[in-house]
Write a protein that binds this ligand. Structure first.
Ligand code: 13P
Ligand code: SF4
Length: 323
């Protein structure tokens, strides 16, 4: 890795009063360069709190959009404008409006992996770290619409005992991880604890000891005495886990679980986006993310309600009986 490149980024970062935020699935060198790494909830909180004038968001579009909803006065840069989230694109605002018409009065909870327009049509937002708490807080006499991830939705149904109206969305990266992958890894590492992301399928989660957001995985391992973990999520997650726990062994449940969109961000693209602050001509692909004010105000309400219910990150949800 070019020292010169890193130095240039550091220099420009200072000049621009910028902060670099990176999701836990980002390429290793980007996580190592970032000022802060975390899961979707932690990054949203950080984006809202920072007094930096510019946020370089190393993640996918819905994450940068969330930062723009929370901090419209800041410049939000997504170093590759094509870094999207196919799960977030599985429902449009129009489809959600139609669903709401079919179920009048049903509150809508949307996973943060959704567009700003879908958030604007929703009553509550949630992340994988707090979806259970958000749904638990809602009145029990109403049906609840939950979009767009069906696997997270089913997990929430199980944990809350509530019946949700689910949308058939899914993450193409997490559904790649199979029951066989977990069984094979367990056969090879019988003492290992299995951690799965809630976006995994039900059979995978049933074979797991703990179902956690990426930030919760880090917290869980830190507080565990176990020395081996099978990790059922995007493979980028192995990097922060190893970094935080150098003496612990981490096994990716599937080497196929790679999010191509997360990997679109590169060091060069970070530099280029900081250089021209717009949508770099050099990169041809960076973008300055902004959300139209009418949509932003409505989407902000759904995010604010989430933060009111769940003011601070509160440890990990773990399966009873696991470590
Ligand atoms: P986390 O909020 O758990 O980091 O998940 C984000 C995501 O996109 C999972 O695929
Ligand atoms: Fe979207 Fe899945 Fe990638 Fe997460 S891992 S950003 S849900 S495509």
């Amino acid at each position: 890795m070019s020292e010169q490149l890193l130095e240039k980024i550091e220099r420009l970062k200072e000049q621009r009063k910028a902060v670099i935020l990176a999701h836990n699935y980002q390429p290793c060198e980007i996580q190592d360069l970032a000022d802060f790494c975390g899961d979707s909830l932690e990054l949203s909180i950080k984006a809202a709190e920072t007094d930096a004038e510019v946020i370089v968001f190393c993640g996918v579009r819905f994450m940068a959009e969330t930062a723009a909803i929370l901090s419209p006065e800041k410049t939000i840069l997504l170093p590759d404008k094509f870094a999207g989230c196919p799960l977030a694109d599985m429902i449009t605002a129009e489809q959600l409006r139609q669903l709401k018409q079919q179920h009048p009065g049903a509150p809508v909870v949307c996973y943060v992996n959704s567009s700003a327009e879908v958030k604007a049509e929703s009553d509550y937002c949630c992340t994988s770290a707090n979806a259970v708490d958000v749904v638990k807080s809602l009145p029990t006499d109403k049906e609840i619409i939950f979009v767009p991830d069906q696997h997270l939705g089913r997990f929430v149904e199980e944990r809350t005992g509530r019946k949700l109206l689910l949308w058939p969305g899914y993450c193409h990266v997490h559904v790649v991880i199979t029951e066989e992958d977990i069984k094979n890894a367990k056969a090879q590492y019988p003492d290992a604890i299995v951690m799965a992301h809630p976006e995994c399928t039900k059979p995978v989660k049933e074979l797991s000891d703990a179902i956690l957001s990426t930030g919760q995985m880090l917290h869980y391992v830190k507080n565990s005495k176990a020395k081996q973990f099978i990790v059922a999520t995007e493979t980028g997650m192995i990097h922060p886990l190893k970094k935080q726990n150098p003496t612990v062994k981490f096994i990716a449940a599937s080497e196929q679980a790679i999010c191509p969109n997360m990997k679109k961000i590169t060091l060069e693209k970070i530099l280029w986006s900081l250089e021209d602050m717009q949508g770099s001509r050099k990169a041809g692909s960076a973008s300055r993310v902004a959300v139209p004010e009418q949509i932003r105000i409505k989407a902000r309400k759904a995010l604010d309600r989430m933060v009111q219910i769940f003011p601070a990150w509160q440890g990990c949800s773990r399966k009873a009986g696991s470590q």
